[in-house]
Structure formats: C-alpha cells, structure tokens
Design a binder for this molecule. Structure first.
Ligand code: ATP
Ligand code: MG
Length: 427
C-alpha cells in the first residue's frame, strides 16, 4: 500500500529539531518574563470575517493565502494566518482591555497557502508580542527593543533593523491619491497583479515581490513626504529613543508591511543570512485595529518573529541538552523488574533516567548508554541483584578526572543512592 505523506508546505519537526525549538522558546520565555509580558493562547481556527475585516480584503494574505472552508454548520472558518487579529479578538471578547493596558506574547502555528521554499512554508510558526492600550512613542521603541534584544540574546549577528512611518490615516489618504496618479502614469510597466490593485489598495503594490515592479517603484512618490508635522514629530521621537537605547536602525521609506492595519511606526528586522526570505521579524503600530474589530478606540503595537527563519539562521548554534542524567543498563528477569521499580523511585526525585528495555547483551546496552549522552550509567544484572547492590559507572569525564570510574551502592539503601546521584549530577 502507498505511504501517506504530509501535505505540501506542512513540515514535521523531528525530535532532533524539537530540542532546538525548545531552546529558543526557553530563551524567549525568559526574556519576555524580564519585561513582564503575559502569555496568551488563542484557537487556530477563527471566523473568516476576523481576518477579512482586520488584515484587509486586498492584502495577499486574505486575497490568496488563507485556508478557508465551511464547517459542518456552513460557517466560514479560517486557519489563522497571523496572530494579532486573534489576540485582539480574544482581548475584546474577554474584556481584558477594561483591566488596563495589556502586554501579551504568543507562540504558535500560522497557516498561509503560499509557494513553499526555504524559509517559506504553509504551516509556519510565529512568536509575537502585542501591546494593547499604549499610545506613546516610548512604547514603539520599547516594543522594537524587545524584538531586537531577543534576537541578540539568541546570539544572532548580521541583523538590520529597518523602520518607517506610515503616518495617520489622513496622511495615507493624501498619499494614496498621489500614488494612484503616479501608478496610472506608469501603468504599462506594472506586473498584472499590481495593475489590479491600483484602485483597490495601491499601498499594497509597494509590498510587491515582483522584482521588476520593485525596481520601477524606486521612482514612485514616498509616503514620508506626505506625512503631517505631527506624524513626522512622532517618528523623530521614536528615532531619538532608539538612539538612546543604542539600537542601530536604517530608514526604509518603502517599508509598508503586508497587512492593512498598520499606521505610524512600521519596522522589520532582516538577516543577511536568509537570501530571498530575509525578514525574520515584522511589526508596527496598529491604532485603528481594535476599533475596527468592535472595541473602543485603543492604540496598539506589536511584532511577530518567524520561527522557521530564525532557526535557519541559528543553525546548530542553539540546542537544549536533552540527555538523561542516567542511563539504566539492566538484564535478567529479577534485575529488569528491579530496574523498572528503581527508575520510578529515582525519577520521583527529579533524576532523569533512560531505562533500557531491550533485554539485549550488556555490551550493546553500554553502547546505547554512551550514545544517550548520559554522564552516568546504573547497572543491574542478576549478579548485582543477588549481592543486593547497584553498580554505577561514569560514562563521561568530569572536571574531576581523578574520581573513581565506578561505584557500588547497596540497593536497599535508596536514600544513599539518591544522594550519591544528585551529588554527581550536580557536578
Ligand atoms: P514575507 O514578506 O516574507 O511574505 P510577511 O510580510 O508576509 O513576510 P508577516 O505577516 O509580517 O510576514 O509575518 C511576520 C514574520 O513571519 C515574517 O517576517 C516571517 O519571518 C514569518 N513568515 C511569514 N510568512 C511565512 C511563511 N509562509 N513561512 C515562514 N515564515 C513566514
Ligand atoms: Mg507574506
């Protein structure tokens, strides 16, 4: 019978990789804990309207990337393509905003029907932060610094932070008029996809992945030249604060971000190691989204990091030690029973144990013990059982190389065994 394969763009994370993901997650948890962020978890499936209303009908995400289907009760459902809309929906639904500003983070899979390639999948993961109910430009720079510091604390080098201001809705309306005029003058040079967007959402054209269109857009009018003084002052302030934080940045007047709900500060963090998919982190201010989704007029700012791309850059430089403390070599009818019972008692004392359950020859079990990465092996054969002992063998050299390589401890004195192992594992 033919074997079933995973769907295109949907990737398995095998045990050898999961420990790298866990290492990233542990560092993120720690960093976010230092900032006092709280974690939120929302469902993978939402009403389609949540995304069409927030991300925008004319965006690529809503227009062609969503996994949308009707459920058994004929409701249109969508696998979430991003986290922000869901976090806002949840905060509104549960009245979190009436308890004051919310500083939240999330991690989980997102779904977009895109052409899979390195750093681009159909199921991918985002690690995101959302600040809801906070308006000042200080927040913009704080949020950017959280993303920046997390990436630095993971040991990443060669990162570039790009920022831009998308101004107020009114600034964008003015810009829209002059951009449409320019685009119409250059209509025949645009790719067909961009041509279709001119009157629906011309700003999205600036976000095109078409290289030729990108080139010609270098001549297009810039949004920054259409910002009112208030927007410009605000943007100045954000830059001043980034300088005070000693976070280097580049101004990118063409940065617009792919989703409709952004205004004022927009930013991306790029890596020089990712080739075409160079953006690891994208974010910005979205002061109109909460009202758009039925809440009161509330400012907000956030970002999302793409974990697959992050792990591509990190390579093997990050890992979580998943070796057990102890590998338990055991063979013989009574020895195997005793080893099972003893393992459970030791695990209850927080000693991690990989119990060999193969019943194979000692030599084979010792080979596996070596491969497991454990520093110590417990050994129990019927000889040890009859002598009432457990044999303990050092598998890896410690800094104290002169200490004996093996020990014998009475199997009836569990406390002595526990203390011995705890002491050795600590060192
Ligand atoms: P891109 O321009 O690369 O398509 P985007 O602007 O659509 O990115 P955002 O919606 O801003 O991406 O999502 C934030 C981050 O999530 C991106 O910077 C990227 O690291 C990651 N990301 C987005 N789409 C994918 C995908 N299909 N596969 C893997 N990672 C992704
Ligand atoms: Mg995209």
């Amino acid at each position: 019978m033919s074997q079933i394969q995973s769907l295109r763009g949907m990737t398995d994370l095998l045990p050898d990789e999961v420990h790298r993901w866990n290492a990233v997650e542990n560092i993120a948890r720690k960093q976010f804990g230092l900032v006092g962020l709280k974690e939120i978890r929302t469902p993978l499936l939402e009403a389609t309207e949540l995304f069409s209303r927030s991300i925008g009908e004319a965006s690529d995400v809503v227009g062609k990337e969503m996994y949308t289907f009707f459920d058994r009760a004929d409701r249109s459902c969508t696998l979430r393509p991003e986290g922000t809309a869901s976090v806002v929906r949840s905060a509104l639904q549960h009245g979190l905003l009436s308890q004051g500003p919310q500083r939240l983070w999330y991690l989980g899979p997102m779904f977009r029907y895109e052409r899979p390639q390195a750093g681009r999948q159909r199921q991918f993961h985002q690690l995101g932060v959302e600040y809801l109910g906070l308006a000042s430009s200080r927040i913009d720079s704080e949020v950017i610094s959280i993303a920046w510091d997390l990436l630095l604390s993971l040991g990443l080098k060669g990162l570039v932070l790009e920022i831009n201001s998308l101004g107020k809705a009114e600034d964008r309306r003015n810009y829209r008029t002059c951009l449409i005029e320019w685009l119409q003058d250059n209509f025949e040079h645009l790719d067909s996809d961009s041509q279709k967007k001119i009157n629906i959402n011309p700003l999205r054209i600036l976000d095109t992945k078409n290289v030729d269109t990108q080139k010609m857009l270098k001549e297009a009018p810039l949004l920054i030249n259409n910002l009112c003084n208030e927007s410009l002052d605000r943007f100045e302030k954000v830059q001043e604060l980034l300088k005070a934080l000693e976070i280097p940045f580049k101004l990118n007047p063409r940065l617009v971000r792919g989703l409709d709900y952004y205004g004022h500060t927009a930013f991306e963090i790029l890596s020089d190691q990712l080739g075409a998919q160079s953006t690891v982190c994208g974010g910005g201010r979205y002061d109109s989204l909460i009202e758009e989704l039925g809440g009161a007029d509330t400012p907000a700012m956030g970002f999302a990091i793409g974990l697959e791309r992050l792990l591509l850059i990190l390579g093997n430089s990050i890992s979580n030690d998943i070796s057990p403390d102890v590998y338990f070599v055991n063979k013989g009818y009574q020895a195997e029973t005793n080893a099972l019972v003893l393992s459970r008692k030791l695990r209850a004392q927080n000693i991690s144990i990989e119990l060999d359950s193969s019943g194979s020859a000692f030599a084979k079990q010792f080979k596996r013990a070596d491969r497991s990465g454990a520093k110590w092996a417990l050994v129990l054969g019927d000889d040890e059982v009859s002598r009432g002992e457990v044999f303990i063998k050092r598998l890896r050299n410690s800094h104290d190389d002169k200490s004996p390589k093996q020990y014998k401890i009475s199997s009836s004195d569990i406390d002595q065994l526990i203390n011995f192992l705890k002491d050795k594992i600590k060192n």
